[in-house]
Design a protein around this ligand. Structure first.
Ligand code: VGL
Ligand code: ZN
Length: 191
């Protein structure tokens, strides 16, 4: 791959058990992102994982979650197996781990929200950010939009993403919003 010089980072968003089949907030085929991501990681000198990492009483949790209004079942509670990264991910030893959504009273879909990620990437001289993972219409979208806002050339690797997509079409709308914001949509085999 010549598209990923040392100034590019791969940001793997929320590939956590709770977003995979069998998890508390399972995304259809969520675990299908693992194989393409594993093929990509070795090509990047800088790899970042984000994890949704909520306190037990997080404000987004609802006893009767509606999803469409961004109320969710209890998910990704800090330290639980549901919050752990999918065991199939093959990460380099130096991967940077970002936890987000750690405040009970604040929702945080973006990996850049109060995490220090922008400074960490800047310190490594990163100029281009490739985003993949879960979910296309929430945390992938928010993370990619923030990356673009922070001035990084930003690309979303679409075949390495899956969306909640409730109601159906939400994931496609997210992709359109990303394009409009100047985010490039790419596929992993083109990298
Ligand atoms: C996410 C819903 C709630 C995500 C996190 O990772 O996209 N979605 N919390
Ligand atoms: Zn969450």
């Amino acid at each position: 791959m010549n598209a990923n010089p040392n100034d590019a980072a791969l940001v793997i968003v929320d590939v956590q058990n709770d977003f995979c089949p069998g998890g508390a907030l399972a995304v259809t085929d969520g675990d299908a992102v693992v194989a393409p991501i594993n093929k990509l990681v070795e090509r990047f000198a800088t790899v970042v994982t984000t994890q949704d990492w909520h306190p037990a009483g997080h404000c987004s949790f609802a006893a009767e979650p509606k999803y469409v209004d961004k109320s969710w079942p209890r998910h990704c509670v800090a330290g639980t197996s549901g919050a752990a990264l999918h065991a199939g991910l093959k990460l380099p030893a130096g991967a940077l781990s970002i936890k987000k959504g750690t405040h009970a009273d604040k929702e945080a879909y973006s990996g850049f929200a109060d995490t220090g990620l922008q400074d960490a990437l800047a310190a490594r001289g990163i100029r281009t950010v490739y985003v993949c993972g879960l979910a296309t219409d929430y945390c992938v979208k928010a993370t990619a939009l923030d990356a673009a806002r922070h001035g990084f050339a930003t690309k979303v690797i679409l075949d390495a993403c899956r969306g909640v997509d409730l109601p159906a079409g939400t994931a496609a709308q997210a992709v359109e919003a990303l394009r409009k914001a100047g985010v490039e949509i790419v596929t992993s085999d083109a990298l």
